[in-house]
Design a protein around this ligand. Structure first.
Ligand code: SF4
Length: 353
């Protein structure tokens, strides 16, 4: 018996439904094989939540049949002709008993694969209400796989990932160009680089059933991604690097008797930001100001919802990147179009979060 888990990393609110669908597909596929599973998302809400990093998980309790060998035969068959697996429920109760304690945990202890919907998240995740940056491989088992939706090469993405003493596969698939339901190519790629979590046959059957009239077309996307995925083997680093913002330990928070009377929550300082609410990991795009176009009218500073900009015109209302969530409001309101939003992964050679 064994527990397998898949992690999904995406951005709220836009990718929440996609992550839920990914979990449903993987859990339904496990069910088709006769294995119990559970899926959930850890959606940490925030007042302004667009771009907030979120995580989801599928956890499966299964015996380990030689599904990989069987899958290799299956991928040669036309998806239209591929039949669903015959479920084997003989170990269901034992698997269920093993799975039940996992439902009590906030997150799975370890995962076999990490599916990343937005490639800028390889820099690390800081889900709201979870103070501290988590490397993208935080939960990954040694020898696991990270599969990223990206047009970039795995070697390029590796520059942005925290070095770790774990060994893992780093795979890319350009899911955006393959289907608007971007989790389908990611799942297809996972079946190739992290075999044995769910079977190819069961996933194809689930997708055909789920998308009804479009089922065969969507199943073909899974097959194409299985064949197209590219990956590198990442060897273990000698030393992991220091993470810039670590999770605050529970012991560090003030005790009830240390809280001010009436449980006052202090407002951020005027022209300042809340030191406990950093939004840099929300950011897919970073605002860059062209000094030749900027007329110093200060609208970017005025409209910034996170007070991320300095009020000083001489600095062109410099951005404090720890608070900029990349919402693009400043670029939108700029009358001279002096501000451009540039993808985070275009900034090479910086310290990792
Ligand atoms: S993109 Fe502009 S408006 Fe949005 S948080 Fe960053 S600096 Fe502020």
């Amino acid at each position: 018996m064994a527990i397998f888990a898949v992690e999904f990393d995406g951005r709220g609110v836009t990718q929440t439904a996609l992550m839920r669908a990914a979990s449903e597909i993987i859990c339904s596929a496990a069910d088709k094989e006769g294995f119990p599973s559970l899926g959930y998302e850890r959606y940490d809400d925030a007042p302004d939540r667009v771009g907030v990093p979120i995580k989801g998980f599928s956890i499966i309790s299964r015996t380990v049949p030689s599904s990989y060998e069987r899958d290799l035969e299956d991928v040669a068959i036309d998806v239209e002709k591929l039949s669903p697996p015959t479920p084997d429920y003989s170990n269901y109760q034992v698997c269920y008993d093993e799975l039940a304690p996992e439902a009590m945990l906030y997150e799975p202890r370890a995962v076999d694969a990490v599916l990343v919907l937005d490639d800028t998240l390889v820099k690390g995740e800081e889900p709201w209400a979870y103070i501290g940056v988590q490397p993208i491989h935080e939960k990954l088992k040694d020898g696991g796989a990270i599969i990223v939706n990206s047009k970039r090469d795995p070697e390029y993405l590796l520059e942005f990932i925290h070095p770790t003493t774990k060994r893992y596969k780093l795979a890319v698939i350009d899911a955006d160009s393959m289907d608007k339901i971007i989790i389908l190519p990611l799942i297809g790629a996972m079946l190739r680089v992290a075999p044995g979590i769910v079977s190819y046959r069961a996933v194809i059957a689930t997708v055909k059933e789920r998308y009804k009239a479009e089922g065969v077309k969507k199943a073909q996307v899974i097959k194409d991604a299985y064949n197209k995925v590219r990956w590198i083997e990442v060897p273990p680093a000698k030393q992991p690097i220091q993470i810039k913002r670590k999770m605050r330990l529970f012991e560090e928070f003030p005790k009830w008797h240390e809280m001010p009377e009436g449980i006052v929550v202090y407002a951020p300082p005027v022209n300042g930001s809340n030191p406990h609410f950093k939004t840099d990991t929300f950011r897919t795009y970073r605002p860059i100001t062209d000094p030749n176009k900027c007329n110093k009218d200060g609208l970017c500073w005025l409209y910034c919802p996170d007070s991320a900009r300095s009020p000083d015109p001489e600095t062109l209302f410099a951005v404090n990147l720890e608070y900029c969530k990349g919402c693009g409001v400043c670029a939108e309101v700029c009358p001279t179009k002096a501000i451009k939003m540039v993808n985070e992964l275009d900034f090479r050679g910086e310290k990792i979060w």
